[in-house]
Design a binder for this molecule. Structure first.
Ligand code: NAD
Ligand code: UDP
Length: 310
């Protein structure tokens, strides 16, 4: 089995490469190193079953593969808003190129979609049947709408060309190998706490998220890819919901930090509540969360502690 992973040098992509190699597959990792780092995959470079290609998914590429995991795309708001037009191209042209490849070599393809396709949701928790509430012209739209087009491309290549598709709607995921400058809430708070710097809470910290540890997410993605016939979108995430303030307080406690909380402006269109309904993943994949938030945070804190002391 040859798996192609786009975004292989990123946070999720690098863990995915590890998991696929551990299952005995050959892996081709592809990345343009925008937010990814060779450090995340350095340990794989000596593995004869792993190949790394520097490539931008907005350009076509021809390779032989049985499975394509399309994970290339910046995921942190500060990174995807840095060059929004490029973010749209990555999602849209990237999906077109990877679907074209899947069609040509008859590979099965899994698209990393996102809870962001639900926008700032009126339905809570979010089920896959919910269409979402996305501002099409707001600062998050380059990411949200790009991913919505990617889903549309997936279902249309499936119905029009018979491409075998999987759509993973991934909710907030955290863990080791998030970049130091990633800017997402878990890595920001842990780094601030370890450095005893102020913890930057956006808004009043009453907005909620549901945080999934990376190993659980990767298990689910591989299960979904290998499950026959699940071509509809599937939510993948941890249904345990916390406020941003609760997350900050938990991280302060786990790091025994002297940091104080500071309150900054809430970014425009920041979703108020987010929690997945994972009934479909449970039913179709037999998947359950194994790592509780506290345990996953402990592991992530240990990773950043090592990184800071290196
Ligand atoms: P990340 O930023 O750590 O990784 C993204 C990787 O894609 C990086 O290695 C980057 O260099 C690469 N990349 C970006 N644009 C590219 C391009 N045009 N061509 C080739 N490579 C490119 O982010 P992540 O958290 O690992 O997210 C991976 C995927 O999962 C993304 O598609 C993201 O939208 C999706 N996702 C992640 C989360 C999460 O919470 N981590 C949630 C929902 C969806
Ligand atoms: N957030 C925060 N402080 C930070 C970074 C993020 O309070 O330093 C908040 C952000 O406003 C959002 C939540 O944490 O409400 C999750 O933000 P993140 O960027 O991690 O992901 P997303 O908004 O895409 O879910």
């Amino acid at each position: 089995m040859i798996d192609l992973v786009t975004g292989a040098a990123g946070f999720l992509g690098s863990h995915l490469c590890d998991a696929l190699l551990a299952r005995g597959h050959e892996v081709i990792g592809l990345d343009n190193f925008f937010t990814g780092s060779k450090d995340n995959i350095r340990h794989l470079l000596a593995d004869r079953r792993f190949e790394l290609i520097r490539h931008d998914v907005i350009n076509p590429i021809l390779l032989e593969a049985d499975r394509i995991y399309n994970f290339a795309c910046p995921a942190s708001p500060i990174h995807y808003q840095f060059n929004p037009v490029k973010t749209i191209k990555t999602s849209v042209l990237g999906a077109i190129n990877m679907l074209g490849l899947a069609k040509r070599v008859k590979a099965r393809i899994l698209q990393a979609s996102t809870s962001e396709i639900y926008g700032d949701p009126e339905e809570h928790p979010q089920r896959e049947s919910y269409w979402g509430r996305v501002n099409p012209i707001g600062p998050r739209s380059c990411y949200d709408e790009g991913k919505r087009v990617a889903e549309s491309l997936m279902v249309n290549y499936h119905s029009q060309n018979g491409v075998d598709i999987r759509i993973a709607r991934i909710f907030n995921t955290y863990g080791p190998r998030m970049a130091l400058n990633d800017g997402r809430v878990v890595s920001n708070f842990i780094l601030q706490a370890l450095r005893h710097e102020p913890i930057t809470i956006f808004g009043r910290g009453e907005q909620t998220r549901s945080f999934c540890f990376v190993s659980d997410l990767i298990d689910a993605a591989v299960l979904l890819m290998e499950k026959e016939g699940v071509t509809e979108p599937v939510n993948l995430g941890n249904p345990e919901e916390v406020t941003v303030r609760e997350l900050a307080e938990l991280i302060l406690r786990l790091t025994a930090s002297r940091s104080k909380l500071v309150f900054k402006d809430l970014p425009i269109d920041d979703p108020t509540r987010r929690r997945p309904d994972i009934s479909l993943a449970r039913e179709k994949l037999g998947w359950e969360i194994k790592v509780q938030l506290q345990d996953g945070l402990r592991e992530t804190i240990a990773y950043f502690r090592r990184l800071l002391s290196a």
